[in-house]
Ligand binder design. Structure first.
Ligand code: NDP
Ligand code: ZN
Length: 363
């Protein structure tokens, strides 16, 4: 239909208001249209709270009967924390439902659409599907792979260095780029760094945007529990900190770090295996991880094939030096045939820097 895209675009905008705060649920938007007039809209804002369709139908009130509902994700058909939205749409007596994309959740997949069609509702699927899939890439990945979505982020000079030879890295990029990093943090459930980054930079790993934003869990890979007590991630209580350690760290040492916001999580092996870690995090309902370095940690994620998106900032500066670190260090790949190949999704200028967003090529 002629206006489907326009209303769906609005539904996507509405859905975006919930981004970063709906985990482990997707961000969803719904718009109710009657006789060419928008009579209701709504977004899912938090797990456990009403779904987008419920808000939109409530706002529309009596006008919802016979209306068309635009929804960015297939309406749910199962009893979760709230009753199924497909039932609500049927009971309300809407005439038509336009859906951007189907729900990969095996509990829902296709069943919501079926329910609507069985009730005689006219259903259209696939309007602005690409945009809707992009919006919920974290949720879709988590649901289908049962591991968190991993975004690898780094900021480097134009000659590809993430710090000087002495380890100084404050600051490589402009303030605008650093602000952009904070909005990425707010979108993820967890931020992860290696213990060397904590020792070198003592980052706070919190979200500091003028408009606020929730703080993700701070995760430190620290096999032997070397994180200094005075580190910001231990001393400030603004966010939870999870210290991931190997199986050999003595209990007495762990006890030293006892604080309400600090958790020490030992792995089952002496070293931290990235795949195992991701499975463990998924069990803890962590749906996304923003990996902020350093270079060894990046290498481990790349080697484990555990990267879904790369966000790289390039500053117009030359740092130079053989001993200055690059974004991905560690062991690297030996042959070009084995390297991680990427597709560039977006390039933007941000402040004085360039931002590149890339995703691994599907082989
Ligand atoms: P990392 O921060 O990557 O930490 C690596 C350490 O983490 C390892 O030595 C290891 O220590 C621990 N670790 C535990 N498990 C793993 C695992 N599975 N894979 C990898 N590491 C693991 O250290 P780097 O020295 O590579 O990088 C630090 C430097 O990077 C600093 O100078 C910092 O300033 C810079 N940096 C720059 C950024 C930028 O964007 N410009 C961002 C982040 C850092 P152990 O064996 O003790 O557990
Ligand atoms: Zn629902």
């Amino acid at each position: 239909m002629q206006h489907d895209e326009r209303y769906m675009r609005f539904a996507l905008e509405v859905a975006k208001t919930g981004l970063g705060q709906t985990a482990p649920n997707p961000a969803v938007g719904a718009v109710v249209v009657k006789n060419g007039e928008i009579v209701g809209f709504g977004a899912h804002l938090k797990a456990g709270e009403p779904h987008a369709e419920v808000h939109a139908i409530r706002m529309a009130g009596d006008k919802a009967k016979g209306a068309t509902v635009y929804v960015t994700l297939e309406p749910c058909s199962h009893f979760g924390k709230t009753p199924p939205c497909a039932d609500l749409l049927v009971e309300t007596g809407v005439k038509r439902v336009v859906i951007a994309t189907t729900d990969p959740n095996p509990l829902v997949a296709g069943k919501g659409i079926e329910k609507l069609q069985n009730a005689g509702i006219d259903v259209t699927v696939g309007v602005l599907k690409e945009e809707a899939d992009e919006l919920n890439r974290i949720f879709f990945h988590y649901i289908t792979t049962k591991t968190p979505f991993v975004t690898l982020k780094y900021a480097c000079s134009l000659d590809g260095k993430i710090a000087t030879k002495t380890g100084d890295s404050k600051w490589i990029t402009s303030e605008e780029a650093r602000r952009d990093v904070h909005s990425y943090r707010a979108l993820h459930d967890a931020i992860l760094v290696g213990v060397n980054t904590v020792i070198a930079d003592d980052p706070r790993l919190t979200v500091r945007l003028s408009e606020g934003g929730k703080n993700p869990i701070r995760i430190i890979l620290d096999t032997h529990l070397r994180t200094p007590f005075h580190a910001n991630v231990i001393q400030d209580t603004e966010a939870e900190t999870w210290l991931i350690v190997g199986s050999d760290v003595p209990k007495e040492r762990m006890a030293l770090y006892e604080k309400p916001h600090v958790r020490i999580i030992p792995m089952n092996a002496p070293n931290i295996d990235i795949r195992e870690l991701l499975h463990m995090l998924a069990e803890q309902k962590v749906t996304s991880v923003f990996v902020e370095g350093g270079s060894r940690v990046h290498d481990s994620f790349v080697q484990a094939g555990a990267v879904q998106e790369i966000v790289a900032y390039f500053a117009p500066k030359i740092i130079g030096g053989n001993d200055a670190r690059t974004p991905v260090g560690g062991v690297g790949f030996a042959k070009m045939a084995d390297v991680l190949e990427l597709t560039i999704k977006r390039i933007e200028t941000i402040g004085s820097d360039i931002k590149v967003v890339a995703i691994p090529k599907i082989k």
